[in-house]
Design a protein around this ligand. Structure first.
Ligand code: SF4
Ligand code: SF4
Length: 617
């Protein structure tokens, strides 16, 4: 028995660490010009549910000269065993140390995974700082939603990929292969990489600060380096690469099913939502292409569920033809369809019936706010009548478990808006009992259950609320207490997102370069797995900020003037700052903006696709 096999006996969930799953890719090292590790800074089950990883893994492995493997953050028990055995962190497919790879590509899904990145580097015996790594070490790169403000991580990464990775990663792979062949220095490689659209190399920029801590200016330090980096988008999703197989894990993961991505972007303009802005413009796939992709994925993986994935699946214009085509063969083969990301305002009996055909799970909707005034401020164009109508459809279809997502601490919120969450949930319950009294629907065997799930608002870059202050933790606590005491109905249960996590997210989401040292200090002092409530070491973070003379309130609770240079303002996501500001002003005036299909608001995103946007054309 090898050392590796022995240590698997001492850890929970050994299947997290073995590799060898169906459809994982093993190549002959002799035939490979570039070794890439897709690194997910959380445990296997979380990372394996991530669609972006599945796409990039298959895309890179579709090239005969590239081998892409996976790496996850080992949980505490495995970390301990690896340390005892002197094993470094490795790629799951080859079990080779990550330090042997050419590129380690991390995905940045949440700000509180940053210490796990440092942890994975340390476990691979790779220096944390880019300046401490020479040509012998892999190129350390990152992409994903949090890369839209890469500055708090500037010293750890060699480069960031902004936008969709399908094209740019192949261009980068070519460049790294060329640099290996020609023996370039790391500096030369990075200079060349900075010429690729969508690549940001932080070492070629400097930032000066004013005495009050705000940014004074940003400078390019080398000739030929772009001052503004524009995100990358794939213009045509129908011809874009999509995997023909997904890895099938041995153990359970969070989303264990086929994920069929139906479109990118979102036609809504919720003012708190970063995804709704950074993934624009809207681009749909055709039902024919999706049907073919679904068939291939089912036959290669054996899954029995297909999830139609996007930011807002019920907004897909060809949902009916798509579900018709899919149901034609899925029903016969006992494959269920799930439709996540449904909206309150376009949920229909028909849609429900389609989703219900094979499996009936709980329904989730996100009214986001309890009062119409607040929903108008955040531009969640949903009315109470629509929510009640949707609930009636769901109750009559036999659903008795409904989850409602809300946020507290939104800009311009009052205590009445907070109490409005409780009264809205109460009215959903009243609606149910009223329908039963009138004989419109039958009582559920377990009665009715409404779960109110409440998170605290985190202002994010590239949203109309990017200039807003987050509520202080004291005020958030007051609001949580108010909500708790307003809910009296036994059919309603309340769940919270830890507000300390939201506070830290707000610090790092809009942070600048000075926070890099804070992340390193917090890591050295024991912070990791910070977005797991049970692991969060809040005091370690507060101490690290203090050590570096920085105030978390400066980042989280400060309203920025429109004129301030924001740490991410050198990035062009297509959507213009003018558009975001206009939306922020409309929020203040409690004016809603219709969705993109009703009226293109000229956000600017279509310029990245030669003027094309599926919601506009
Ligand atoms: S519907 Fe709103 S919250 Fe959902 S993705 Fe679109 S903009 Fe974001
Ligand atoms: S270009 Fe127009 S339709 Fe397209 S996302 Fe922007 S505002 Fe919406």
């Amino acid at each position: 028995m090898t050392v590796f096999e022995k240590i698997l006996f001492n850890v929970q969930k050994p299947s997290r660490y073995t590799g060898g799953e169906l459809n994982s890719v093993v190549k002959n090292k002799e035939d490979i010009s570039l070794r890439f590790a897709f690194c997910f800074p959380d445990v296997y089950e979380v990372g394996m549910s991530h669609l972006g990883m599945k796409i990039i893994y298959s895309l890179l492995n579709s090239r005969p000269d590239v081998w892409c493997e996976r790496a996850f953050c080992p949980y505490e028990d495995m970390e301990e065993e690896m340390k005892k055995a002197g094993l470094p962190l490795y790629g799951l497919e080859s079990r080779d140390s990550l330090s042997y790879f050419d590129i380690l590509g991390f995905t940045l899904q949440t700000e509180l995974s940053y210490t796990n990145i440092l942890h994975m580097l340390r476990l691979s015996n790779i220096p944390l700082k880019s300046t401490d790594r020479n040509e012998d070490y892999p190129l350390i790169i990152a992409g994903g939603p949090c890369a839209y403000n890469p500055e708090p991580l500037y010293s750890f990464f060699d480069l960031f990929v902004l936008g969709e990775g399908e094209e740019v990663l192949l261009e980068l792979a070519d460049l790294v292969i060329l640099s290996k062949r020609e023996g370039w220095t790391k500096d030369k490689l990075l200079k060349e990489a900075a010429q690729i659209g969508g690549i940001y190399v932080p070492k070629f920029y400097e930032v000066d600060y004013n005495e009050d801590g705000t940014i004074k200016n940003r400078r390019v330090t080398q000739e030929g380096i772009p001052a503004v980096v524009q995100k990358r988008v794939v213009k045509d999703l129908n011809t874009m690469f999509y995997p023909e197989s997904f890895i099938v894990p041995f153990g359970e993961i969070i989303h264990d099913r086929i994920m069929l991505e139906v479109f990118r972007g979102c036609i809504r303009g919720c003012r708190f939502c970063q995804a709704g802005n950074i993934y624009r413009p809207i681009r749909e796939k055709s039902p024919e292409v999706l049907n073919e992709q679904a068939k291939k994925l089912i036959s290669s993986s054996g899954y029995d569920e297909i999830s139609l994935t996007s930011l807002s699946t019920s907004d897909y214009t060809k949902l009916e033809p798509l579900t018709d085509t899919l149901l034609d063969w899925c029903e016969q083969d006992m494959i269920s369809l799930s439709l996540p990301s449904l909206r309150v305002d376009n949920f229909s009996t028909e849609l429900m019936e389609r989703a219900q055909k094979v499996r009936k799970t709980g329904l989730t909707f996100a009214p986001e706010a309890g009062t119409q005034r607040m929903r108008d401020i955040v531009n969640k164009n949903v009315t109470e009548e629509q929510l009640m109508h949707t609930c009636r459809i769901a109750f009559s279809g036999g659903w008795h478990t409904i989850k409602l997502y809300f946020m507290i601490g939104l800009p311009h919120e009052t205590m009445e808006d907070v109490e409005g969450i409780a009264s809205l949930a109460e009215r959903v319950i009243d609606n149910y009992f009223e329908g039963i009294r009138l004989g419109e629907y039958r009582k559920g065997a377990r009665g009715i259950k409404v779960t109110v799930s409440v998170s605290s608002f985190v202002p994010k870059p590239f949203t109309p609320f990017q200039w807003a202050a987050q509520d202080t933790m004291e005020l958030l606590e007051e609001k949580q207490q108010e909500l708790r005491s307003s809910i009296k109905n036994k059919h309603i249960s309340l769940s919270w997102h830890e507000r300390k996590i939201s506070f830290l997210e707000a610090v790092f989401a809009r942070g600048d370069r000075r926070l890099a040292d804070v992340i390193e200090t917090a890591y050295e002092n024991g912070a990791k797995f910070d977005n797991w409530d049970e692991h969060l070491k809040f005091d370690v973070w507060m101490d690290a900020l203090k050590i570096h003379g920085l105030s978390p309130e400066f980042y989280a609770n400060r309203k920025r003037p429109y004129e301030e240079i924001l740490p991410w303002s050198f990035i062009d996501i297509g959507v213009t700052e003018k558009h975001l500001r206009l939306e922020a002003e409309r929020a203040e005036e409690v004016i809603t903006t219709p969705d993109c299909r009703t009226n293109c608001r000229g956000c600017g995103a279509n310029r990245l696709c030669g003027g094309f946007c599926d919601a506009k054309n």
